[in-house]
Write a protein that binds this ligand. Structure first.
Ligand code: TMP
Length: 234
């Protein structure tokens, strides 16, 4: 399979027959809740799913996460970007590749698009350079489907007033750039990145997500689940 976008053509190892689904979005969009619900739904329906978050999941990546999100740390932009990439490199090699090679559905709460949106568009770092580095770090792994949960910055930040981490604490204008960056990515790759408008009712948002995912993994589209049928959520 040839992957286009991120400025490169990447050939994914054909042995990696699973499906890779990522969730993206700016602060407070609810992607962690929604991605966990989707994961549970797919498991309930007999799918073999691996769930992870970025930065984090592996021991090393969780340690990097602590450094990145601690508001006490003053981190240079280039160091910040490289730490996100370092964390990702570990997750790709330790978790994502092995799971995809076993034909699993991998659901990841954030991935490479976050770096383009937060460090590229948000901090103004060179997006082309980030993409080149991403090619090296992701080693041919690219999401098959990305659900971009879109919510206004005002509403998103409103949900997170109490416990703000180092990134959440950034000015409003930064978060507006991040959101615009995401929407820009979605226009560049409409086949992969599906925008899901966040509804007031979480169940409504989940329903929208399930429709997209069910269509995506239906027989014939996903090698790892060809023989399975989705049954109604009970
Ligand atoms: P989370 O709160 O969604 O778990 O993500 C942690 C924070 O890290 C969030 O503010 C977004 C930020 N982030 C980046 O700035 N760049 C990245 O590459 C990733 C994965 C996350």
């Amino acid at each position: 399979m040839i992957f286009k976008g991120w400025g490169q053509n990447l050939e994914r190892n054909s042995a990696l027959k699973g499906k890779f689904i990522t969730f993206e979005g700016s602060e407070g969009c609810g992607k962690s809740t929604q991605s966990r619900k989707l994961c549970q739904y797919l498991k309930n329906n007999g799918y073999s799913v691996v769930y992870l978050r970025e930065p984090g999941t592996t021991v090393i990546s969780e340690k990097i996460r602590e450094i990145l999100l601690d508001p006490k740390n003053l981190i240079a932009p280039s160091c910040e970007m490289l730490l996100y990439m370092a964390s990702r490199s570990q997750v790709v090699n330790e978790v994502i590749k092995p799971a995809l090679s076993k034909g699993k559905i991998v659901i990841c709460d954030r991935f490479f698009d976050s770096t383009v949106a937060y460090q590229g568009f948000g901090l103004g770092m060179d997006v082309d350079f980030i993409k080149i580095l991403g090619k090296f770090v992701c080693d041919g792994i690219k999401p098959d489907l990305t659900l971009l949960l879109d919510l206004s910055v005002k509403k998103g930040l409103g949900y997170r007033k109490d416990s703000q981490d180092r990134i959440e604490k950034r000015p409003y204008a930064y978060h507006v750039r991040v959101r615009k960056g995401y929407l820009n990515l979605a226009t560049l790759e409409p086949e992969r990145i599906k925008i899901v408008k966040v509804a007031e009712d979480k169940a409504v948002t989940q329903e929208k997500i399930r429709k997209i995912v069910i269509d995506f993994i239906k027989p014939g589209k996903c090698i790892s689940v060809v023989s399975r049928q989705l049954i109604a959520d009970s």
